[in-house]
Design a binder for this molecule. Sequence first.
Ligand code: AN0
Ligand code: CP
Length: 320
Amino acid sequence: MKNFTSVGDIGDLKVALEKAKYVKENPFADQELGKNKALMLIFFNSSLRTRLSTQKAGMNLGMNVMVLDINQGAWKLETERGVIMDGDKPEHILEAIPVMGSYCDVIGVRSFAQFENKVYDYNEVILNQFIQYSGKPVFSMEAATRHPLQSFADLITIEEYKKKTRPKVVLTWAPHPRALPQAVPNSFAEWMNAAGYEFVITHPEGYELDEQFVGNAVVEYDKEKAYKDADFIYAKNWAAYQDPNYGKILSTDRSWTVDSAKMALTNDAYFMHCLPVRRNMIVTDEVIESKQSLVIPEAANRVVSAQTVLKEILLEMRKK
Ligand code: AN0
Ligand code: CP
């Protein structure tokens, strides 16, 4: 694996899950692999889990880790080519990327959709510039359209807790006061489709995701019907994808909040969310605090997904 930006980069999922299991059981087995290798984590947006779990993953592999918050302490970056730079941005990303690449061996990038231009977001302009100009392996720590390290951790968690080979997994939209990207639901859908589970997506009308991610999922607008017999309820808010409403909030209907009444329709389902989560908007206190809530082990598995991916990247580098 050179770069890691989507499920397509991980290869066979069964094999990847076996590798993840080994990493989880033997976190310090590969301390030599990352020796004298510098991992650089670049954040254009806030983070708690991704920042800490990816640092920990690098440390477990013996790497040296550097973290840069672009909007706190670094120069503001212009990302558009051809702009006359007479505004508030003193540096261009086309210089910044190769400079950062020259200081490290592997680069992680977090860069959310900006909701100003759908084509720009969905072309992953920032992530692709890192791939093109850094000269180093690049992995996504949530880009405009996907959050693959999260989805890989979600898959690991489902595999750990599932009680049948092919569980029913339901992705439900839930209300939120601010417009959030589609990266988490897009990516989750992509990984669930690849895993071959019974997969249902439920959301209010107008929240249809990009077809390339929905794939073979059943889209069920009746949420009670969707919840029925579910083994896993995965909640997430996202802003509208479809034109002309791209990036807009169309609903804050709290009948979509995950609550005990709807959970009672399921097959004693587990509750999942990538976090950070707004309680009593996305999910009630009662459900997130219930014994069926997997949010903490799910977040803990972020170290496992990141370490498994970093290890593959380091192994690939060693071949050269
Ligand atoms: C981000 C999102 O929805 O993509 C990050 C989630 C991992 N969430 C927020 O901005 C609250
Ligand atoms: N789930 C997740 O990626 O959380 P952070 O935004 O805190 O990194």
